[in-house]
Design a protein around this ligand. Structure first.
Ligand SMILES: C[S@@+](CC[C@H](N)C(=O)[O-])C[C@H]1O[C@@H](n2cnc3c(N)ncnc32)[C@H](O)[C@@H]1O
Length: 307
């Protein structure tokens, strides 16, 4: 198992958040603690951070990585869809910055037995948290053919989603990652380009199991509520659906009118709460991609809370 996760867009994120000494920060996806450590370094002296992760194993890794910051760091093994409730409970608001680095870590991908990777044979699980009920096996074995095809198309952006769904139905029940990878490979006729033929299907399943799009929607709203004026929100995503959701949320919250375009006179009385800091997205440099190929699809968007 890989014990190391290389953080993506690390320096760019610290700059984007304008991390300052004595600042208060929330890391919604603490993972192995890479971004949190950098935030703590840059907010010294006096910086404080609450880090969330739904995965207890990631929390353990982060505890180890962030040990030296003692009581300045609080790690919470919860889904980030409840950041507002938890931060309010700890009287940790308003904050200077909120960070999201979405998806899964290298630790999770290489963790045997959790079903995130087709490289290791394991039960089809893919849950970030053992408290969640839904597993990848349930999705694979219970959904109808058209539901599976839609899921693989939407979350995996897989062109051959229908063929894959058909093969899955023909070969059910499927219990393990290797069984699924074999069925998907057959459906798309073996290897395809640089990525394994099952990559997109596995991504789709992980996103569905962990309700990643729904949780992000809920959490973005809460993150803005927690920011003090001038506070920054930075979101790194790896999937076009996630990036679109982040973009639409940020653009909407930075507009003074959100009436439908055909409305002749504004009736919404919408008040912008955010200012777009970066036009477009911030992407990793060619150098970062060459060192860490996993970073190639990363996109970061940044906004600032306004009065
Ligand atoms: C890409 S990793 C973060 C890596 C981290 N930024 C670092 O530098 O080490 C994403 C982490 O977010 C966690 N995660 C994903 N969705 C979550 C959610 N809805 N609530 C809490 N944690 C979540 C995953 O368990 C994973 O550990």
């Amino acid at each position: 198992m890989e014990l190391y996760h290389q953080s993506v867009l690390l320096e760019e994120a610290i700059q984007a958040l304008q991390v300052q000494p004595g600042g208060r920060y929330i890391d919604c996806t603490v993972g192995a603690g890479g971004h949190s450590s950098a935030i703590m370094e840059s907010s010294d002296p006096g910086g404080q951070l609450i880090g969330f992760d739904a995965d207890p194993q990631s929390i353990l890794a982060a505890q180890f990585a962030l040990k030296k910051y003692g009581r300045s760091v609080l790690l919470v093994n919860e889904n980030f869809n409840c950041i507002e409730e938890v931060c309010t409970y700890y009287n940790f608001r308003p904050v200077h910055g909120v960070m999201f680095d979405l998806g899964m870590s290298s630790l999770q991908l290489s963790s045997h037995g959790r079903g995130f990777s087709f490289q290791h044979d394991a039960p089809l699980d893919m849950r970030f948290s053992p408290d969640q009920e839904l597993t990848a096996a349930q999705i694979i074995n219970d959904l109808s053919e058209s539901e599976l095809a839609t899921l693989i198309w939407n979350y995996g952006e897989e062109r051959k989603s229908r063929k894959i769904a058909k093969r899955i139905i023909e070969n059910r029940p499927l219990r393990t990652t290797k069984e699924l990878a074999r069925v998907v490979s057959k459906a798309v006729n073996g290897e395809r380009g640089k990525i394994h033929p099952a990559t997109k299907t596995f991504q789709a399943l992980r996103m569905a199991v962990n309700r990643e799009i729904d949780n992000l929607r809920t959490a973005l709203e809460q993150a803005v509520n927690l920011l003090g004026f001038g506070g920054r929100l930075a979101v790194i995503s790896f999937h076009s659906l996630e990036d679109r959701q982040v973009k639409e949320f940020m653009v909407r919250e930075s507009k003074s009118c959100i009436c439908p375009p055909e409305t002749p006179v504004c009736t919404c009385k919408h008040t912008p709460r955010l200012r777009l800091v970066s036009k477009g997205v911030i992407k990793p440099t060619a150098e970062e991609i060459s060192i860490n190929p996993r970073s190639r699809s990363a996109k970061m968007r940044v906004v600032e809370r306004i009065q």
